[in-house]
Design a protein around this ligand. Sequence first.
Ligand code: AMP
Length: 208
Amino acid sequence: MNIVLLGAAGSGKGTISDFLKSEYGLKHISTGEILRNNIKMKTPLGELAARYINDGNLVPDEVVINMIKEIVSGNNSGYIFDGFPRNLNQAQKLDEICKVDLVLSVEVQRDIILKRLSNRRICPKCNLTISIDDAPNGLCPKCNSQLITRDDDKPESIKKRLEIYEAGANILKDYYKNKLFVIDNSGDLKTTMNSVKNVVGGKKTYDM
Ligand code: AMP
């Protein structure tokens, strides 16, 4: 089964991906994470991507589509696509690469998203993502490194990223309307995971 996760930055796609990984054994592909790792390793891809990401813009389609092709080629089932596709062209290209079984649109009120993103920190060493509320000393609870704010979680980038997401979201939701389920992630985690389980579990019976 292949699942596409739609959702604005800060909507909780990462948390839902972790759940899907452990519950259903799917592999998680986050295009944003792959690009950030390339930036960290100072690869040519990272150098190119940084020019777009740090300003809150999308990286060119052909770059991310090639990344997905390379990962998926030869084994085209069992993935969670997190942060991909971001627009119609990417969605059409993904259909050429593999069959998308289910699309979850993770939705959260804008004010909650803004708070989550401005509180979000990452560990540059072990990649943990955490709210500063849960690490008030500013240190990673896993490896004790100093937590940092993602460059694209700075206020000017956040606004642009949300605008870009909102501009593309309805087109994608329409494209996927026959396999789309909305997951409300404004409340507590348990309620969200139960909704995910109901949707994916039901689908699993037929398709996996
Ligand atoms: P994310 O971690 O999904 O919020 O992605 C962080 C940033 O990586 C985005 O703001 C884009 O600059 C870039 N990015 C991630 N996925 C894509 C994609 N599918 N298409 C274009 N740019 C992307």
